[in-house]
Every structure is written in structure tokens, then in C-alpha cells.
Design a protein around this ligand. Structure first.
Ligand code: G16
Length: 555
């Protein structure tokens, strides 16, 4: 019976594919750093197929699976899709190959790939109707692409639950709430805001300001979903934090991420458009789907100062270390970065904070996974994507310590503080809104303005460049992306260039979200850094098949 049903289902899947979502693109597409990402016009069939895959994954895991439609920091005409696993993690890596396979197979072979997956994972419960939680960002294309995902879910016999326009981290949160039977929180937007704002207000208490800390922040919504959602958060904050919002032209303005947002601010190292340029005022920018955040300010001389993901990570790790010591409870704290982390931040973490630090390849999936190996794992990419994860056993240890009543007053206060802070954090994935509340909580606790925060260490000048090449996959890397394996000879050239610059460091890697090769460089002076980046970019252009104009070396 199950077999007959299965056959009928596969026929429906094929009929839908042929009539509504035929595969129109000849070239292959692959599941990258954050799922599939390309021009929105090329994605309908991919979305439909991700709906199919999500149901198979949900049946296999016997759990709710999420599908998020977003291209995050990319320009507005792009779009993308990623699957969210039961505990909010990115799709397990061993399934990425199936995602790529099912996306690239011809319509008439779709049934075969579905049957291969069923056979490989021995999926027997083909009549189950698992929930697939679907969310989308504000891109105009997201509406019809989410319809394609929903049709895929229905064709495969799943139950689509459409949350409409939400931030990526909200979608991860809903998935975890549902899979923990609401132990993590209520799987609604209202439940999300209440959880975060109640915890924030509890920790902040009645004194909204403290020392140099003033409870007002300028917020750049990147003209995306982060602008839409902050309005609801503000209501829940009830004045405990004043969030002045800018760049909130949301749907169809064509301005999404344009000259604003976390990716622009971090990669261009520039103040975004649309915000008042008052000196020494704390500002923050989120990206197009509100999973990244960076802070910054302009000083009296209009000089731009960036507080990126590395700064946020060190602020959080330093704070957690201090509070943890005050609790007297022994828990292993660790920090995870990528090769993009500024060398000065890694030195500070190792030598000043004395917190263990690990380096992994780009992509939240790698950072999240490594962070779970600590009792308390802080992870951040320099681009502002990160969060803190607590092992269940660590949470349990804190709660038990509080209940046993053997703690001194100081230990008790510190333990209570830590327990409350866990609820400010969206542990399911990096979340710009939750990260903002955490940063504001720590600055308030320390009585710091943004200049005080900046004093911890001095960043090495650094630069990010993009090089367009014919085929970016010719670049392959090893050692957490710090060394280039192919094209042959490129790494030796990079080493020779780097050796010329004091404190020089540079690496190259193919982007997993854009059709470019990324070049990172840092050195002891800005001039050296600019030259180093350009020289390395030029080598990439020469040895990896660059297109367009070759990068120019500044004199
Ligand atoms: C995604 C990933 C991040 C990654 C970024 C850039 O961010 O979630 O982990 O750092 O892409 O990746 P790449 O350098 O490979 O293009 P987002 O915010 O765009 O989803």
C-alpha cells in the first residue's frame, strides 16, 4: 500500500514540476555557504524542489523542518533558499549533496532522486504529514517563490505552515519552539518578542542608564525585514531601550541593502546612508534578513569607527567570563572565529581574555557546530553573524546551583544574571535583534559608551576585495580557508607578497553566496593593507582566470 501511495505521490510531484515549475536552467547550481543563492528569476523550480526535500527530511528526522526564502545581504534582484534542521541548525552537511542533486536533476528524473533519498535513508513513514515551517524576506520575488516551496511541500504530502515575512532567525526560533514542544518558547512572532524583551527588561531593571551608557541607539534596518520587525520589538521594550530606526523603505523600493545595512558597513568600512551623522553616537546596522549586526560611530572629526563581529564576540566573551567567575560554577567557555577575524582580536582573546579560541571555515554551520563543543560557546564571524550557545547540561548546572541555595550573595546574583541573559539570546542561530539586546545589556552593565567599548584593543587595518573570475570553483582551500590549494602556485605567490608587509596576512576563497572570489588582507598600516589586498587580488585575477579589468595597485 505504502508503495502504491508513493508511486502516486511521485507522479503528482512530476506533474506539478512539469506544468508549474519546469527546470528552466541548464547549468548546475550548488548548495553553498547558506543554501542556494542566485538571480530570483532562476529559482522557481529550485524552490519547489526544496519543498519536496524538506518533507523527506522531516519524515526522516520525524521533526518539523524550516525553509527560509532569502538572499540576505545580496542585492534585491537575487534570492535564495536554505533548509533549517530540527534544532535550528543549518541543514546537515551530508544532506547538502542531496539538495544539490534534487535541484539539478531534469524534471523526468525527479522521481528517481526522490526514490534514491527514500532508499538511502530508509524512509518508511511516507504517509506522515510533517509540518514544514516557511518564512520569507521582503524581496518582491519572495512571494511567488514561497508559493513554489508550498506547492512542493503539498505535492510531497507535507503540511506547509506559512509564517509570511519574518527574519531568518525568527524562522529558526519557530522551528526549535515546535520541535521542543514549546519548551524553547511560543512558536509565534509575539512569543519571540515577549521572550526577548521580557528577559531584557528583567536584566536592565529600573535604571535605564548607567555611567557613560545612554539607552539610545540609532538603528539601520537596511530597508529590509529587520526594519519591519524592530517596530514590534520597540513596543515590548517599553522605553527601556530607545531604538531610533532609519532605512525602513521596505518592499519593492529597490533599496534593500543599498548603501546601507551590515554588509555594506562592514565591507566598505563606511557610515551608511540615511542616518544622522552626529558625533560619538552609537549606531548599528543589520543585514537584509536581520541575522547579522555591526556597531559603529563617527567621531568629532567625522572619522568612522567600526565595531564588527569580532568586537561583539570579545565584548560578550569578556562579560561571560567575568560573570561566570563570579558564579563560582565551573563551565568551559570558548570562542569560535573564522579566518576573517582581525588578528588583533584573536591576540586579545588569547592573551588578555585567556579564553580558548578556535578557527573554522566561513559559514554559520561550521561555527555553530564547533561552538557546541564548549559548555558555553560564543561564535561570531567578523561580518557580524553570531550568537552564544549553552549546553543543556550547563543550563542545568546553573539552575541547580541556584536551587540548592548554597551560594553567597555575589554568586547568587551572578547566577541569576546569567540565567536571565540566556533568554535574551536566540541560541538557534545568529540574530541581529537578539545580539543588539545582548550588546546593549553588556554596555549598560559596564557603564560604557561606544568609545569605552573600543578601548579593549586596536584593530589591524584590514580590507575585503572581490575579484570576478570565469569559474570561482578553480580556487580551493584548506586549513580553515587560510591556505589556497588550487590553482597551483597561487599560495606561494600570496606568501611572497605577504612577506613584504609588517604584520601582513592575506587569504583568498570562493564566495558561497556571490559569484566572486573574496580577498582578505590585513597589515600594520592602512597603506600597506590596501597595497597587500590589491597585489593579492591581482594575482588571483592572473592565475584564476579573472574577467573585466584587473585590480589596480595603489601607489
Ligand atoms: C551567509 C552565511 C555567512 C557568511 C556569508 C558570506 O550570510 O550565513 O556565514 O559569512 O554568507 O559568505 P560567503 O563569503 O561565502 O559569500 P548571509 O547573511 O548572507 O546569509
Amino acid at each position: 500500500m505504502a508503495n502504491i501511495n508513493n508511486k502516486l505521490r511521485c507522479r503528482t510531484v512530476y506533474a506539478f514540476a512539469r506544468e508549474m515549475y519546469p527546470k528552466t536552467i541548464k547549468h548546475d547550481i550548488s548548495y553553498g555557504t547558506a543554501g542556494f543563492r542566485t538571480r530570483a528569476t532562476d529559482l522557481s523550480y529550485v524552490m519547489y524542489r526544496m519543498g519536496l526535500l524538506a518533507v523527506l527530511r522531516a519524515r526522516y528526522k520525524n521533526a518539523v523542518i524550516g525553509v527560509m526564502i532569502t538572499a540576505s545581504h545580496n542585492p534585491e534582484p537575487d534570492n535564495g533558499v536554505k533548509l533549517v534542521d530540527p534544532m535550528g541548525e543549518m541543514l546537515e552537511q551530508s544532506w547538502e549533496k542531496w539538495a544539490t542533486k534534487i535541484a539539478n536533476v531534469t524534471d523526468d528524473k525527479l522521481e528517481n532522486v526522490i526514490n534514491d533519498i527514500i532508499a538511502e535513508y530508509n524512509i518508511e513513514n511516507m504517509n506522515d504529514r510533517p509540518e514544514i515551517v516557511i518564512g520569507k524576506d521582503t524581496r518582491p520575488s519572495s512571494l511567488h517563490l514561497s508559493k513554489a516551496v508550498i506547492d512542493g511541500v503539498l505535492a510531497m504530502g507535507g503540511k506547509p505552515v506559512d509564517y509570511g515575512i519574518v527574519t531568518t532567525p525568527q524562522l529558526h526560533y519557530f522551528v526549535v519552539c515546535k520541535n521542543t514542544r514549546r519548551a524553547y518558547g511560543q512558536p509565534t512572532e509575539d512569543g519571540y518578542y515577549k521572550k526577548l524583551t521580557n528577559a531584557f527588561k528583567k536584566v536592565r531593571g529600573q535604571n535605564f542608564n548607567n555611567g557613560n551608557y545612554v539607552n539610545r541607539v540609532l538603528y539601520d534596518g537596511a530597508n529590509g525585514v529587520g526594519a519591519k520587525k524592530i517596530k514590534y520589538l520597540k513596543e515590548g521594550l517599553e522605553g527601556s531601550l530607545i531604538v531610533d530606526m532609519y532605512n525602513d523603505e521596505i518592499i519593492g523600493s529597490g533599496k534593500l541593502n543599498y548603501l546601507c545595512g551590515a554588509d555594506f558597513v562592514k565591507s566598505q568600512q563606511k557610515f551608511p546612508t540615511g542616518l544622522p551623522q552626529d558625533p560619538n553616537v552609537r549606531c548599528c546596522s543589520v543585514d537584509g534578513d536581520a541575522d547579522r549586526i555591526v556597531y559603529y560611530y563617527l567621531d568629532e572629526n567625522k572619522k568612522f569607527h567600526l565595531m564588527d563581529g569580532d568586537r561583539i564576540a570579545t565584548l560578550i566573551a569578556g562579560f561571560l567570563k567575568e560573570v561566570l567567575e563570579k558564579t563560582g560554577i565551573s563551565l568551559k567557555l570558548g570562542l569560535v572565529q573564522t579566518a576573517y577575524a582581525n588578528g588583533a582580536s584573536t591576540d586579545y582573546i588569547t592573551n588578555e581574555l585567556k579564553v580558548p579560541v578556535a578557527c573554522v571555515p566561513t559559514g554559520v554551520k561550521h561555527l555553530h557546530h564547533k561552538a557546541l563543543s564548549y559548555d558555553i560557546g560564543v561564535y561570531f564571524e567578523a561580518n557580524g553573524h553570531g550568537t552564544v550557545v549553552f549546553k543543556n547540561s550547563a543550563k542545568e548546572k546553573l539552575r541547580t546551583a541556584l536551587e540548592t541555595n548554597n551560594l553567597s550573595d555575589e554568586q547568587k546574583h551572578a547566577t541569576e544574571r546569567l540565567i536571565n541573559i540566556i533568554d535574551i539570546i536566540n541560541e538557534t542561530v545568529g540574530d541581529a535583534i537578539s545580539d543588539m539586546l545582548l550588546v546593549e545589556t553588556i554596555l549598560h552593565y559596564r557603564g560604557w559608551d561606544i568609545k569605552d567599548w573600543e578601548k579593549a584593543y586596536t584593530d589591524l587595518p584590514n580590507k575585503l576585495l572581490k575579484v570576478t573570475v570565469q569559474d570561482r570553483t578553480v580556487i580551493t582551500t584548506t586549513d580553515a580557508e587560510r591556505k589556497c590549494v588550487t590553482p597551483e602556485g597561487l599560495q606561494a605567490e600570496i606568501d611572497a607578497i605577504v612577506a613584504k608587509y609588517p604584520k601582513g596576512r592575506s587569504f583568498v576563497r570562493p564566495s558561497g553566496t556571490e559569484d566572486v572570489v573574496r580577498v582578505y588582507a590585513e597589515a600594520s598600516t592602512s597603506q600597506d593593507c590596501d597595497k597587500l589586498a590589491a597585489e593579492v587580488a591581482k594575482k588571483v585575477f592572473e592565475l584564476a582566470g579573472g574577467t573585466g579589468n584587473p585590480p589596480e595597485i595603489p601607489q
